[in-house]
Write a protein that binds this ligand. Structure first.
Ligand SMILES: Cc1cc2nc3c(=O)[nH]c(=O)nc-3n(C[C@H](O)[C@H](O)[C@H](O)COP(=O)(O)O)c2cc1C
Length: 356
């Protein structure tokens, strides 16, 4: 019998060969926003992993929208052309794998060194002054962002739209707008980081105004791709953005043409308390899926093929993200097929290795 994990699925017009998705994972290997050999090899490898959908790591809409100085960017047409080469390689390795890209602005979480180096970028290292909805730092010892002016907000909407247009030009099938993990759009959604008194702060309607304007502008700029979002369904902080608000927001996004939602949590502020355990984010995905009916991707510590299968069979999500386990074993999809007794097309060069 065919498993749910290896049954096909459709998001809008995007045909997916199975339910395995690789979530965006920053590599911190870019050069001035341009992909390097690392990205070509890494994403080529993931395109041949057995996953139906590969989401390329967060690409910044502007140089100051990067998290670190080594993030990928889409702030010029030259960046789009360089990214198109990565997409081309992915398709050459496995044309049945769909390519998504995450588009982001880091907001107050920008100007950092790569995680393995730690700390903020200095001016000499190319650091910059981060921006945010309000002049509130992520936590103690973190940089206080410059509060964005209304004109800056309008320019930012345009920057997201331009990046979406470039992603479409580069040939992706889907775009995921990063509204999670405490980056700029999430910073506007959450009352913890957004203390504005203008039309972008205060009530739920005001806090979603800018992220929704970004979504609409991106949709208009990239009408031929499936446009979805990644959300943090809770800040894990008392008085923060929560599941009920997430559901209300996703319902509105659906009316605006959102094709899918990738449900994560947290990342907004240092004072969060996250009860991490296997599948700890799954109840959020389940609630969002049930309440909104939008194609839903669940993520977070989904490691084992049987666990992934039960997430789907129980109706928690339509697809599962496998992140870190794909870094560990970039043929996780093949391994899952063998474990679940499914047949997948192995490249002939590797067929002699296919035994358990
Ligand atoms: C190295 C690394 C980089 C990441 N970069 C991003 C990113 O660019 N955008 C994002 O939304 N999440 C990012 N994440 C979070 C993952 O997408 C994923 O949500 C998380 O790892 C949990 O899934 P997992 O338990 O399957 O790894 C990153 C995670 C890792 C390990």
């Amino acid at each position: 019998m065919k498993t749910r994990l290896f049954s096909s699925y459709k998001i809008g017009s995007m045909e997916l060969k199975n339910r395995i998705s690789i979530p965006p994972m920053c590599q911190y290997q870019a050069n001035d926003g341009f992909p390097t050999t690392w990205h070509k090899v890494h994403y080529g490898k993931l395109a041949g992993s057995g996953a139906a959908l590969v989401c390329v790591e967060a690409m910044a809409v502007s140089p100051d929208g990067r998290i670190s100085g080594a993030d990928l960017g889409l702030w010029s047409d030259e960046h789009a052309m360089a990214f198109a080469e990565v997409v081309r390689i992915m398709r050459e390795i496995d044309s049945s794998t769909k390519v998504c890209v995450q588009i982001n602005h880091s907001g107050r979480k920008g100007s950092e060194r790569a995680p393995w180096l730690g700390g903020h970028l200095t001016k000499e290292e190319g650091g910059w002054e981060p921006v945010g909805p309000s002049a509130i730092a992520f936590g103690e010892g973190c940089m206080v962002p410059r509060e964005m002016l209304p004109g800056g907000i309008e320019a930012m909407v345009q920057a997201f739209a331009n990046a979406a247009r470039r992603a479409q030009q580069a040939g992706v099938d889907a775009i995921e707008v990063h509204m999670a993990h405490g980056y700029l759009l999430h910073q506007f959604l959450s009352p913890i980081s957004n203390h504005r008194t203008d039309q972008y702060g205060g009530s739920f309607e005001n806090r979603i105004r800018f992220p929704l304007a970004v979504f609409d502008a991106m949709k208009k700029a990239a009408p031929d791709v499936e446009l979805g979002v990644r959300v943090s369904a809770t800040d894990w902080i008392e008085g923060g953005w929560n599941l009920a608000e997430t559901i209300d927001f996703v319902k509105i996004l659906k009316e605006h043409g959102c094709a899918f939602v990738d449900v994560s949590t947290g990342g907004l502020a240092a004072c969060q308390t996250i009860p991490v355990s296997y599948g700890y984010q799954l109840p959020f995905a389940r609630a969002v899926r049930q309440e909104t009916g939008l194609p839903t991707i669940a993520c977070g510590l989904i490691k084992d093929p049987r666990q992934a299968e039960s997430v789907l069979v129980e109706g928690t999500a339509d697809m599962v993200d496998v992140g870190r386990d794909m870094l560990l074993n970039p043929h996780w999809g093949w391994m899952a097929a063998l474990k679940l007794g499914e047949k997948v097309e192995f490249p002939p060069s590797y067929q002699r290795g296919m035994h358990l």
